[in-house]
Design a protein around this ligand. Sequence first.
Ligand SMILES: [Zn+2]
Length: 255
Amino acid sequence: MKLHQELLELRQTEKRITSEILTKLQEMENCRGYLKMGHSSLVDYLVRGLGYSEATAYQRQACVRLAREIPEIKEKIDSGDLSLTAISTAYKHLRGKPIGEKRHLLKSIENRSSREVKKMFLEPMTPLKIQKTEYADKVYLRLELTHEQNQRLEKLKALRSHKHSIESLLVEFIEKELKNYENTKFKLSNSKNPRQIPKRLRNSVLKSSGYKCQFPGCESKYFLQIDHIHPVRRGGKQNPENLQVLCATHNQQKG
Ligand SMILES: [Zn+2]
């Protein structure tokens, strides 16, 4: 059938392109060129720079990182024995394992669907698990507790008898913690250590940055650090004008 023939050819092209993209992404990861473009990580570059969905971006990143360690998996990806979804499902379970074991586990997930792979790595019960699902108008959080944690939560609820629901406890906690951070009145510190930034000054710098990395082009809201624009060791002062917010990656890059 002609249509089938055409699809087979397109599928071959698709495989070839996927493989080419992975090769180029590896180059990009090796030179970390995305940092200068204002991206905080390869995933960030894949999403904002190349327009991948977040889920796809994580898959690509997992493959790039694994392929750097175990180059032969690229052939398996090209031949279709290893799917990108299977690799990314297994990826987090491979972290920290010796290379021999990684190879062995990767071998065991060849030609399996991501659902099968998920079953192979049944996750152990973590002490506190939250499942988050985002919708256009709201976010659902599903919280998984051990019986012991639940008992402690019930105890807290009983102690705070005027608040009767877990929901109101949680909302109260969020508001209290945020208020703590958003309180930005500060005095310039008399502290002997010029690197140590008082909490209120820190909060004020964070607030004026919009709680995100200030490196040009970067939007990262994670692992934010306060950086002295003019370094302390070269006489940089600890005042708001000399402080900026950088994500860990850009702070590290600045050195
Ligand atoms: Zn950044």
